[in-house]
Design a protein around this ligand. Structure first.
Ligand code: NAD
Length: 342
């Protein structure tokens, strides 16, 4: 898999190696991104497949709609699916492509910041199942990832900021000084967006290339996501909560897991407070009651990254030094929310 701004995609399309081309969009990427993509690639012969946006539609029913359309248009093993959209669309499009006829090739063209720095890379594809995030899926690499910040011009401010959560996560995992959290916090996230996309997506690509199937090193990318995913799932099933975006949930995951890191591994309290202040400039604080926390904790137990009843966390000893497979107890989990809400 290569990351590219159109040139490789143009080359493979011109080489006529595909019998047919499909472009998967949702209503927003159809409205805001499709014309731009067509103008830039000059693809003329394609069928469009349109799905409805939203995490609540990242499920097997939407997948069936995609398979249905591929079937209707007689897609074969040499067809190509181009996923033009945010992380929901590239996750589900990658999964639909990888399972249709035992796998057709696909290209990701992410149109959200979150997609550009994270979701479109690394080969994790899939859908949510019942109340669990990404419970059904396969590892499958896109042929190409086309990065183009022009698509961000139409993205709402909230969705743009949503992607910043994963950028901060990558900055906390790297030991490259020039990309560390300290360096990131000095950047202007609007003016420096091309630098951010290019470099912070590369942190993920480097980690993934050494451990494609998450047997070891890749697990560090789950930092912030053990609690974050449980919060995101809970916000989608609870009546007392508005559904939280992925990034909004991950920020809470990052801050609570950093607090746990402080208590268990001595992560610097000074750094913890600096990171909290920085993130809360961009993300509003959410309130949780005791019942919420019990239910979120129960969801953690079902998270697929855990062995049996153990909840495995990635914690940080310091910035750039993640430690995998850490077990925590429920009291510390509760305390971490007290710290977050303070
Ligand atoms: N596979 C992975 O490794 C990985 C990593 C991180 C996150 N994810 C997944 O990514 C998903 C979140 O992705 P997301 O935040 O991009 O959400 P999203 O795909 O839901 O996009 C957010 C919203 O923006 C709209 N949109 C997309 N591009 C637009 C544009 N250019 N202009 C205007 N509107 C546009 C979409 O239609 C949607 O309404 C979650 O499901 C998460 O699990 C996957």
């Amino acid at each position: 898999m290569k990351t590219d701004r159109y040139s490789s995609l143009e080359k493979i399309i011109k080489s006529n190696m595909f019998s047919s081309i499909f472009i998967l969009v949702d209503e927003n990427s159809h409205r805001f991104c499709l014309d731009v993509f067509i103008k830039k690639t000059k693809i003329s012969d394609y069928n469009e497949i349109k799905i409805i946006s939203g995490e609540e539609n990242k499920n097997i029913n939407t997948c069936i709609e995609i398979w249905d359309k591929l079937n209707y248009f007689k897609a074969d093993r040499n067809s190509l699916l181009i996923n033009l959209g945010g992380g929901v669309l590239t996750d589900i499009g990658g999964f639909a492509a990888s399972t249709y006829l035992r796998g057709i090739r696909f290209v990701n063209v992410p149109t959200t910041l979150l997609g550009m720095v994270d979701a479109s890379h690394g080969g994790k594809t899939g859908v949510d199942f019942k109340s669990l995030k990404n419970q059904i899926g396969v590892f499958s690499e896109p042929l190409e990832v086309v990065l183009d910040s022009d698509y961000l011009k139409t993205l709402s401010k909230e969705e743009f900021i949503n992607g910043y959560a994963e950028v901060v996560k990558h900055s906390l995992l790297t030991n490259k000084l020039e990309l560390s959290f300290d360096s990131l916090s000095k950047l202007d996230i609007n003016k420096d967006v091309d630098f951010i996309i290019e470099n912070y997506s590369e942190i993920k690509n480097e980690i993934v290339s050494s451990d494609k199937y998450e047997s070891n090193k890749r697990k560090i990318l789950n930092f912030g996501h053990t609690i974050g995913h449980a919060i995101e799932s809970y916000s989608h099933i609870s009546d007392s909560f508005k559904p939280l975006r992925h990034g909004e949930s991950i920020v809470i995951g990052i801050l609570t897991e950093l607090y746990i890191s402080h208590k268990m591994l001595g992560f610097s309290l000074h750094d913890l407070k600096t990171i909290k202040k920085h993130l809360l400039n961009y993300f509003i604080k959410i309130k949780f009651n005791g019942e919420d926390l019990d239910k979120i904790y129960d969801l953690l137990i079902y998270d697929k990254k855990n062995d049996g009843n153990r909840v495995n966390f990635v914690l940080l000893k310091k910035i750039g030094e993640p430690i995998i497979d850490q077990e925590i107890d429920k009291d510390l989990f509760i305390d971490s929310f007290t710290f977050y809400e303070k």
